[in-house]
Design a protein around this ligand. Structure first.
Ligand SMILES: NC(=O)C1=CN([C@@H]2O[C@H](COP(=O)(O)OP(=O)(O)OC[C@H]3O[C@@H](n4cnc5c(N)ncnc54)[C@H](OP(=O)(O)O)[C@@H]3O)[C@@H](O)[C@H]2O)[C@@H](O)CC1
Ligand SMILES: Nc1ncnc2c1ncn2[C@@H]1O[C@H](COP(=O)(O)OP(=O)(O)O)[C@@H](O)[C@H]1O
Ligand SMILES: [K+]
Length: 499
């Protein structure tokens, strides 16, 4: 896992460590890490033109000390000072190493940024709050036109380190060198999209850091169940899917596809006659049953270990009866799509003992959380809202979108590291709910099933978008449009990459 800590915890750990170290030692560790990454990014340090964007806090201090180290190795280092304050000892170190200060206003600074071989962004770090003020905002904006490499010190300036929120302008870095631990805003969009490659520099905070607030899993953290020699289809897990209606049949097909290719021992599909007929034709592996919208509907489907309810179900009274019937069982239930719209007016159905997983996109979550919450607000502050949803709805909440988050009360929020913008196409969410349902039925705890499903789904989409692999494997840098069915088809390959 990659671990991220909120800003207050980073500061507390830094204080504790600093109390045991000589003054300035921590900053020197940070600056050394930053300078060594910059040196690696330059073809040659000697003679390279480096511009530092320096804010008035310690983030600017880091940049100045790193600049001094590069200047001592022969780089031509110029600092643009933003605002009235500056880290005095850092500036002194830069000057002593031969670096110089540029006039920070207007075209002079802009031209220097645009033509430098490397720009270090030290405007704001974990101390940045709200939208960047001037001249910081203009300096951040001109990094967009930089011909050289842009390296953010700790956090791209303009990104809120704690949440990933961006109000106004923020630096778009090629590389972000962060110190001690990841910050949530480096992993969550829109902030994550500003970071480029994130490098973590160990400054010795480890022992002083408490449990993380946010984690991002690696493939080896997922622990997806594998069939053993003694496995049979029932032990592998039977997932029941209540989805689709006379009008919306595609959602049902895609959800069943996600479950079949997601490793379910068996998929039991239950719906009205038309989708049942279509599923029988397209997915003969599934056992499809026609059900009436009645409280005893789940019992008529046969034994399952977990349910998925909602995709393409509609939101009328009949749909509500089915959502209610499924949630009244004592099994794990995943509610998606139309099922979530029903839940928004029937939050009482969430009072249950068995695990409940909700998989909303931002619009659906806004409906679930009620008046005062909008899709835009949720997209801008994803972490805060997914946490709030998990607490208020007493459920495991998987919030979809450009960064998918999974939250359960009193646990670190999981950030999904896979995915591609090509996933933003109709029907891919239905594939995800079927896949997550299969993993729930296999017995995975709700938060792990949701995390693994998001990971595999995002990876399958990347593999599908990259097309057939070349001699060196899939070229994830060259992607093309995909359909939701392409994601279903690529799921086995995604499982294979887990080893
Ligand atoms: N603690 C440690 O031991 C270690 C810390 N380390 C480093 O210190 C960094 C944290 O330093 P920090 O606390 O000084 O805050 P920092 O990120 O420089 O920001 C404050 C400055 O930004 C300004 N500013 C704020 N918002 C703004 C806005 N919207 N628009 C414009 N300006 C804005 C604010 O101005 P003010 O509001 O005070 O006028 C003030 O000048 C951390 O990220 C890491 O790099 C490492 O060396 C490891 C050891
Ligand atoms: N900009 C984006 N970047 C990456 N993934 C995205 C983006 N937008 C949406 N997604 C993903 O695409 C899927 C869309 O799901 P959903 O909104 O439920 O669509 P549908 O209801 O049509 O199936 C989700 O897995 C979501 O995380
Ligand atoms: K910065």
């Amino acid at each position: 896992m990659r671990y991220a800590h909120e800003v207050g915890k980073v500061r507390a750990a830094e204080q504790a460590l600093m109390a045991r170290l000589p003054e300035g030692a921590l900053m020197q560790r940070a600056a050394a890490g930053l300078a060594s990454t910059c040196a690696r990014l330059l073809p040659r340090v000697y003679g390279a033109r480096v511009v530092l964007l320096v804010g008035g806090g310690d983030n600017g201090g880091d940049a100045l000390y790193a600049g001094a180290r590069l200047a001592r190795r022969g780089a031509v280092v110029e600092a643009v000072l933003a605002g009235s304050k500056v880290h005095g000892p850092g500036l002194e170190a830069l000057r002593s190493a031969g670096g110089r200060v540029l006039d920070g206003s207007g075209q002079n600074a802009e031209r220097a940024v645009e033509t430098a071989d490397l720009v270090i962004d030290g405007l704001t770090g974990i101390g940045g709050t709200g939208a960047l003020r001037e001249p910081h905002a203009s300096l951040a904006r001109c990094t967009e036109y930089a011909e050289g490499v842009v390296v953010a010190c700790d956090v791209p300036s303009g990104v809120d380190a704690g949440s990933g929120r961006v109000d106004g302008v923020a630096v778009r870095a090629d590389v972000t060198v962060t110190f001690g631990t990841y910050k949530p805003g480096l992993l969550i969009d829109p902030g994550a999209a500003h970071c480029g490659v994130v490098e973590l520099v160990d400054i010795g905070l480890g022992a002083d850091l408490p449990d993380p607030d946010v984690v991002a899993p690696w493939a080896e953290d997922l622990r997806v169940p594998r069939p053993a020699p003694e496995s049979d289809k029932y032990r592998r897990g039977v997932v029941g899917i209540v989805a689709g209606g006379e009008r919306y049949t595609g959602a049902a097909m895609l959800c069943v596809g996600g479950a079949v290719r997601g490793g379910a021992g068996m998929v039991r599909f239950a719906s009205s006659p038309h989708p049942v007929e279509l599923v029988r034709q397209r997915w003969p592996e599934a056992v499809a049953t026609v059900i009436e919208p009645a409280p005893d509907a789940p019992a008529k489907v046969g034994r399952v270990q977990a349910w998925v309810v909602g995709p393409g179900l509609g939101t009328d009274r009949k749909a509500e009866t089915l959502v209610e019937a499924v949630l009244r069982t004592d099994l794990p239930v995943l509610v998606d799509a139309d099922g979530l719209t029903v839940l928004a007016r029937r939050r009482d159905l969430l009072r249950r003992d068995a695990p409940t997983v909700l998989t909303p996109h931002a619009g659906e979550l806004a409906r679930l959380l009620g008046p005062g919450t909008t899709r835009e607000l949720i997209e801008a502050r994803r972490l805060e809202h997914v946490r709030r949803a998990a607490a208020e709805l007493s459920a495991t909440v998987l919030l979809k979108g450009s960064t998918t988050l999974v939250a359960e009360e009193d646990r670190p929020v999981r950030v999904n590291p896979t995915g591609t913008s090509w996933l933003a196409t109709a029907g891919t969410g239905d594939v995800l709910s079927g896949l997550a349902g299969a993993l729930l039925a296999a017995g995975m705890p709700a938060i792990d099933a949701a995390t693994a499903a998001a990971y595999l789904h995002g990876l399958a989409a990347r593999l599908a978008a990259a097309g057939p692999p070349g001699p060196d494997g899939p070229d994830l840098g060259r992607q093309a449009p995909i359909s939701a069915l392409d994601v279903v088809t690529a799921l086995p390959e995604a499982f294979r990459t887990l080893g």
